[in-house]
Every structure is written in structure tokens, then in C-alpha cells.
Design a protein around this ligand. Structure first.
Ligand code: AMP
Ligand code: MG
Length: 331
């Protein structure tokens, strides 16, 4: 790691003190800001559920400094996990494996598996290395709402007495990690910027995506709720006609979010212009939804990004993650 840590030793030391006494620390990652607590202290983890008002059925991702720290928390560290960690860690990939007894029930919502990730952010890594212990790190926002991609987003949601915030600037990736379950047949439980194809290439086996088939055990607790949603009503549209219909149905102040710079049929009251580049769009997504929400509009109308023919597989994976979040934001 050669990246300088854009944070002071004092801040890290304050954060460590909070964590050691069972307190909470919000920390930047490359995806979104996480609400950190000592993963091995059930009382601290309980506080995370309380503060977020997170359903107790929705397990938490455990953040670790490296693969060795992850291997300490599972029943076995299979070759597949090693391959994925070598290819993608530190990075936006969460690996789900059978947990060891070290992991408290509350972390996994009582389930047999634990979700593990090593984040690619100098501040998160500095904190994890200095703490020398795993940290739970769900997004630092009230459950169901938009994930925070800046320290200010976190400060808007929580009191400084409850949550100490490490400010590492805006998050680069902007959407939550890909979650992959390493079962007999690996499966992506939540899409992120690392696509199933990339994972399949590293593992040398097919990787399933999407919801479970009927009758299968629910592998992805917490994946079924409406999530990542703004307060205001929000809808996706494809065509100008659909947009016109939406605007008619929601008289008042509408906000339009689009990556498409074309002239719009109805002069929009407010327009949030999105980048056309996949990475830039993902990075800006939650901030754009927050900006739109802050105007308390009658409707947030979001153009469904339509990747052009010839888009690279990497960018297609990013658009798929973006579409997943947009679908949840508007359902
Ligand atoms: P977040 O709310 O962004 O922290 O995302 C956590 C998500 O990771 C959950 O909604 C689950 O889908 C997934 N996850 C966490 N722990 C587990 C686990 N033990 N088994 C399966 N999925 C998990
Ligand atoms: Mg979340």
C-alpha cells in the first residue's frame, strides 16, 4: 500500500478508543461509508442494529484487514476463497462462507454463514490494521435508506456522541460490494461492480446470479426488502412518452435524473444530470438521489440507463449493479 492515509493519527487513535469501549465509528470504504463496531463484541454489534433500526434478520458484513484475518473467522478457507481474495482484495467483493464459533450469532442474524470483505480504502485499512480485529460495517445510514457516500451524509444521520466519523472524502465506487456465496455452486447474492463473469473467470466455474429458485433455502437474508430508497416517490422511465406520463400523474415539483443529455419533452423543474460513464455514474448515484430527495419533490423520475452496444464486460457489470439499486430505489 503506497496510498497516503488522508487522516491524522489522532483521528485514528480516537476511533480505536471508541471501538475498544464498544462504541461505533463510521469509516470510509471504496464503496460507501460503513458503520463500524467490534465484530466480536455482541453489545457493540447490537448498538449498530439499534442505531440503524436494522431488522435483526439482516446479517452484517465483517470487514477484515486481509485474507488471513478472514480465514480466522470461518470453518475453513477453501481454495476458491483464496483465489477470490488474491484476485479482488482489497476490493468491493464480499465472500460468504460457513462461520467459525468466534463469530457471534448477532453478526450473522443467527445464520450459519458469515460475510467477509477487505475494503480497498487507505483509511479503512489503516483502521483495521491498527485495531487488529474484525469490524462489522453495514452502510452508515438508517436501514432502508440511501447509503452514505460522503462523511457529511453520515453526520446528517447520526449524532457525534453515538458515532465518531472518520472523513476520507467521497467514496470512489459508490455502490455496495458484490456479495458472493461460496457454496457447492457459487452464487452472486448482490450485484456490485465486480461482475459474476469476472468471478467465474477467476474460479474457473460458472457463477449463478439473481434470486434463488423457488424452494431453495434463503441464502441472502435481507435481500428482499425495498432498500436503498429515497423518501420521495421515485420511478424509472425508458422513453420520453413514459416520462411525460409520469410527470402528468405527479403534478407538482418533479426532479428528473438522467444520464441522457437529450432535450427533454417537458421542461423539467429540476434536472440532475448524471455522467454517461458507468464508473462515474455509480460513484455519483446515491449523492444524486439525495440531492433530488432534498428538494422534497412530488416525484423523482429516473431515466433507466441503457448501455450502448459494445459496452465492455466490466462496464456492463457496473450498469447491472446500478440498475439493481435503481430498481430497489423505485420499488
Ligand atoms: P449492507 O446492508 O450493505 O451491509 O449489506 C449486507 C448484505 O450482505 C445483506 O443484506 C446480505 O444480503 C449480505 N450478507 C451479509 N451477511 C450475510 C450472510 N451471513 N449470508 C448471506 N448474505 C449475507
Ligand atoms: Mg445498507
Amino acid at each position: 500500500m503506497t496510498d497516503p492515509v488522508p487522516i491524522s493519527d489522532t483521528d485514528i487513535n480516537d476511533a480505536l478508543r471508541r471501538l475498544r469501549s464498544g462504541g461505533l465509528v463510521a469509516f470510509p470504504t471504496e464503496t460507501v461509508y460503513g458503520l463500524g463496531a467490534d465484530a466480536l463484541k455482541p453489545g457493540a454489534v447490537n448498538r449498530v442494529y439499534e442505531l440503524k433500526q436494522r431488522p435483526r434478520t439482516n446479517p452484517l458484513i465483517v470487514h477484515v484487514s486481509d485474507a488471513a484475518a478472514a480465514a480466522d473467522l470461518v470453518r475453513g478457507w477453501p481454495r476458491e476463497a483464496e483465489l477470490l481474495a488474491r484476485a479482488f482484495w482489497p476490493g468491493p467483493l464480499t465472500i460468504v462462507l460457513p462461520r467459525s464459533e468466534r463469530v457471534p450469532d448477532i453478526v450473522t442474524a443467527g445464520g450459519p454463514n458469515v460475510a467477509l470483505r477487505c475494503p480497498d480504502h487507505p483509511v479503512a485499512l489503516a483502521l483495521l490494521r491498527a485495531y487488529e480485529g474484525p469490524l462489522v460495517g453495514p452502510s452508515a445510514n438508517p436501514s432502508g435508506g440511501l447509503s452514505p457516500t460522503t462523511a457529511d451524509h453520515v453526520r446528517e444521520a447520526f449524532n457525534p456522541e453515538d458515532v465518531f466519523v472518520l472523513d476520507g472524502g467521497p467514496c470512489r465506487v459508490g455502490v455496495e460490494s458484490t456479495v458472493v456465496l461460496l457454496d457447492e455452486a457459487p452464487r452472486v447474492l448482490r450485484p456490485g461492480v465486480i461482475g459474476a463473469d469476472e468471478i467465474a473467470r477467476v474460479l474457473g466455474v460458472p457463477v449463478a446470479t439473481g434470486a434463488q429458485r423457488k424452494g431453495e433455502r434463503l441464502h441472502a437474508p435481507g435481500q428482499l426488502e425495498t432498500h436503498y430508497a429515497p423518501q420521495s416517490p421515485a420511478s424509472l422511465y425508458d422513453t420520453d412518452q413514459e416520462l411525460a406520463r409520469l410527470l402528468e400523474q405527479a403534478p407538482g415539483h418533479a426532479v428528473i435524473i438522467t444520464e441522457n443529455p437529450r432535450r427533454l419533452p417537458t421542461p423539467p423543474d429540476s434536472l440532475v444530470q448524471m455522467p454517461r460513464d458507468a464508473r462515474a455514474y455509480a460513484s455519483r448515484l446515491y449523492a444524486a438521489l439525495r440531492d433530488a430527495d432534498a428538494l422534497e419533490p412530488s416525484l423523482i423520475a429516473i431515466h433507466r440507463p441503457a448501455p450502448m452496444a459494445g459496452t465492455s464486460p466490466e462496464d456492463m457489470a457496473i450498469w447491472a449493479a446500478v440498475l439493481d439499486r435503481l430498481t430497489r430505489a423505485t420499488s
